[in-house]
Design a protein around this ligand. Structure first.
Ligand code: G1P
Length: 286
């Protein structure tokens, strides 16, 4: 299976940092966010990845390319550990890039990858959703796809007040954590939301989604929404949702970015003790 990672968004929620650098390159400790997303695809068994970029996103391509000068210097210094770390990134997967020339919405961003995907079922991993899970979230929904042979959307329950930030599904529960979708609403108001099950940036989509995107008119925020295209797909095919196991962080949200940095640092031996001491000290001074 191939994967599409849309990474063309403007990142306006993370200004001023994102004025001249992509939000996908925000560091999470010592790795850019998009590397976590690419690693999730690779750890799910996907080696052919299309990243949808746009103006100002060239630095993403450079990150996954060979850094010849850097490698040469590390080689001369005989710094094997760093050399391996740097090389690993350029060998991680086969990565292709297509550009979304205008920010016309998520549905449109996925559509620009159509030629590369051809006529196959594919995975979509949104470049600003980071999911930390024992089994990669994409792998979890790929397994559900194997069982149902239809499009699958990863969802999680959110607090009622947060439904306005997500695509929300109307559904019936079939199996433990598996739902049959009846309808989707993009960023509904609290009283319009059909449930509190929110779409979390990981999808397995059948290629019929492309015809549906073609037919989709601009919706919320005047953008071609994937959610609207999925509602058209529902008229032809079943779509299922899966309540995946894992923690999701929204990179567009400054507090979530702080949270993932702290939570992942606490899992690293080199920082754990020092960081706990710092947190305790700050808490005692409050
Ligand atoms: C997109 C989707 C939305 C989904 C969200 C998850 O919205 O349109 O349905 O819930 O990603 O992150 P965005 O956050 O790009 O506005």
């Amino acid at each position: 299976m191939k994967a599409v990672i849309p990474a063309a968004g403007l990142g306006t929620r993370f200004l001023p940092m994102t004025k001249n650098s992509p939000k996908e390159m925000l560091p999470i400790i010592d790795k850019p966010a998009i590397q976590y997303v690419v690693e999730e695809a690779v750890n799910s068994g996907i080696n052919d990845i299309v990243i949808v970029t746009g103006r100002g996103k060239e630095v993403i391509e450079n990150h996954f390319d060979i850094a010849y000068e850097l490698e040469k210097i590390l080689e001369e210094r005989n710094d094997k550990e760093k050399l391996e770390e740097v090389r690993k990134i350029s060998e991680i997967a086969e990565i292709f890039y297509v550009r979304q020339k205008m920010p016309l919405g998520l549905g449109h961003a996925i559509y620009v990858a159509k030629k590369h995907i051809d006529n196959e079922t594919f995975a979509v991993l949104l470049g600003d959703d980071i999911i930390v899970a024992e089994e990669p979230c994409t792998k979890q929904i790929m397994k559900i796809y194997e069982k149902y042979n239809a499009s699958i959307i990863a969802v999680q329950e959110v607090e009622r007040k947060d439904v306005t930030k997500y695509g929300i599904i109307e559904c019936e529960e079939l199996d433990d954590g598996v739902y049959k979708i009846k309808n989707l609403v993009e960023k509904p108001s609290m009283h319009e939301a059909p449930s509190n099950l929110a779409v979390m940036g990981r999808y397995i989509l059948t290629p019929s989604i492309f015809e549906c995107i073609e037919k989709t008119k601009p919706g919320k925020n005047n953008e071609i929404q994937l959610t609207d295209a999925l509602n058209l797909l529902l008229k032809k095919e079943d779509i299922y949702a899966y309540k995946f196991k894992g923690k999701r962080y929204d990179l567009g949200d400054k507090f979530d970015w702080l949270r993932i940095n702290i939570e992942l640092a606490l899992q690293r031996e080199e920082f754990k003790q020092k960081l706990m001491e710092l947190i305790r000290k700050i808490a005692s001074e409050e």
